[in-house]
Design a protein around this ligand. Structure first.
Ligand SMILES: N[C@@H](CCC(=O)N[C@@H](CS)C(=O)NCC(=O)O)C(=O)O
Length: 292
């Protein structure tokens, strides 16, 4: 009797979803990817809620066994599919150390990173205006977490967390989180943050940057394949940032003159219907309502 293929429910825009997909691909675990788009009706169906009652991603179904929470999924898959030991060591004490990083991650690095992004680049996606004050608070948590990775978890000259020379599920989970912020080099732009914010946050952490590269290299080509979606997302977020900036300028000063650059962004506010000519014009002159 044919066994049912493992199903991974998720959205590649979600960091923990990407970690699970990369893990399975890197370990030759066969699976079916079921796309559940974040913040859509996909999470509202009774079928999905039977798998993830909290309506989030990721989740898995392995035969009649269902599971959510990405760290639980990663450790389950590592044990059930008997992947190489370094991913989740059989030695109880080594395993507990990996678990310790995973537990730490949820309330520190992930907590700071997701909330920082929600209050900066992702704010328009949630119908919010970016809030610099709140963002600064979460940036503090994020930066402290990166400092902990650099000085505590990346011991000595080891390439991976906990002084290891090969990656564990913790390396993958944390690096997927940081990829949201990261840029690898000028020809490979994956980050959703703009350049100056990314540089401010990440550049002090040289070991963190080397570790990201090592984790990527250990799971290629799957790492890049699964992260491809972030490039598209970055372009969208840049556009949203331009529009939000223009909108707040116009709200502050109705006589704001639109540069060519802003004029290009403006039509998006009106559903992309308006074509603007070049040159500086006031919003009123080109018929943009002052209250947007
Ligand atoms: N601790 C959970 C986090 C799950 C989570 O927050 N997923 C996000 C996407 S990365 C989500 O589904 N957000 C939608 C929502 O919160 O409604 C895990 O590691 O799986």
């Amino acid at each position: 009797m044919a066994t049912e293929l493992l199903k991974i429910y998720g959205d590649r825009k979600s960091q923990p979803t990407r970690a699970i997909l990369i893990f399975c691909k890197a370990n030759g675990i066969q699976f079916e990817e079921v796309k559940i788009r974040l913040f859509t009706s996909d999470v509202q169906t009774p079928e999905y809620q039977a798998i993830h009652p909290l309506k989030k991603v990721p989740a898995i179904a392995d035969g009649d066994f269902t599971l959510f929470e990405s760290h639980a999924i990663l450790t389950y898959l590592a044990c059930w599919y008997q992947v190489p030991d370094h991913w989740y060591p059989a030695d109880l004490r080594k395993r507990a150390k990996v678990q310790s990083v995973l537990d730490w991650h949820q309330t520190t690095l992930r907590y700071g990173s997701t909330r920082y992004l929600i209050n900066t680049v992702l704010a328009p996606t949630f119908g919010k205006t970016p809030n610099p004050q709140v963002a600064a608070e979460y940036e503090q948590i994020l930066v402290q977490s990166l400092s902990t990775v650099e000085t505590l978890w990346l011991k000595g000259d080891a390439k991976f967390l906990l002084g290891n020379d090969q990656p564990s599920v913790a390396d993958l989970a944390l690096v997927c989180e940081i990829m949201q912020l990261h840029r690898v080099n000028s020809s490979y732009k994956l980050q959703v943050l703009d350049e100056k914010d990314r540089a401010r946050i990440l550049s002090p952490y040289k070991k963190v940057q080397e570790w990201i590269e090592a984790t990527k290299a250990s799971t290629q080509p799957h790492f890049d394949d699964v992260h491809g979606i972030l490039y598209k997302a970055k372009i969208k977020f840049q556009k949203q940032r331009e529009i939000a900036t223009l909108q707040s300028k116009i709200n502050r000063d109705p006589q704001t003159t639109l540069t060519d650059e802003a004029a290009i962004a403006a039509p998006a506010i009106h559903g992309g219907k308006r074509t603007l000519s070049k040159g500086n014009k006031t919003p009123a002159a080109i018929g943009i309502p002052i209250m947007l």
